[in-house]
Design a protein around this ligand. Structure first.
Ligand code: ZN
Length: 156
């Protein structure tokens, strides 16, 4: 269950995915996180734990750790790079964009620019059981942002 058939994935994309899997970014655990969330996919045994610190509504720090298949961990690593410095709103819209792509909608060239390296996971949509792996960290991101909004609304 841990293996992923990369034979249908474009070579450049494969390199990007494997690079993030082998050398995941943003592993040093962030202290004083404002948002902490996690995602678990029992099917693969994938686990992702996200931590984010905020400056206003901008993500100024992010870290993750996790275990699991190459797709889940590479996707989490890409996520941390993709949302750093973005507003929560932009981070969330990137999630929706990525989710739409995983569900089969081809991104426009402007959207491809916004996705950056994340677009390298596009080929995963052809492997339906792997889509959950690719989305795991992103769903955790969305959960964390929603919980944060609930907290700040309740507190204000
Ligand atoms: Zn997986």
């Amino acid at each position: 269950m841990q293996s992923f058939d990369f034979s249908d994935v474009d070579e450049l994309y494969r390199e990007i995915i494997l690079d993030h899997y082998r050398s995941p970014r943003n592993q040093a655990e962030l202290e004083d996180a404002d948002i902490v969330s996690e995602g678990v996919n029992p099917f693969c045994g994938d686990e992702v734990y996200l931590r984010m610190s905020l400056d206003g509504d901008v993500v100024d720090g992010v870290s993750f750790h996790g275990t699991g298949c190459s797709i889940s961990q590479a996707s989490a690593s890409m996520l941390t790079e993709a949302i750093k410095g973005k507003s929560l709103e932009d981070a969330e819209s990137l999630y929706f964009l990525f989710r739409d792509m995983m569900q089969g909608r081809d991104p426009t060239s402007e959207e491809q620019d916004r996705l950056g390296e994340v677009e390298s996971l596009a080929g995963v949509k052809n492997f339906p059981i792997r889509i959950k792996c690719a989305l795991l960290a992103w769903a955790a991101l969305e959960d964390g942002i929603r919980a944060h909004h609930r907290r700040t609304r309740d507190g204000g």
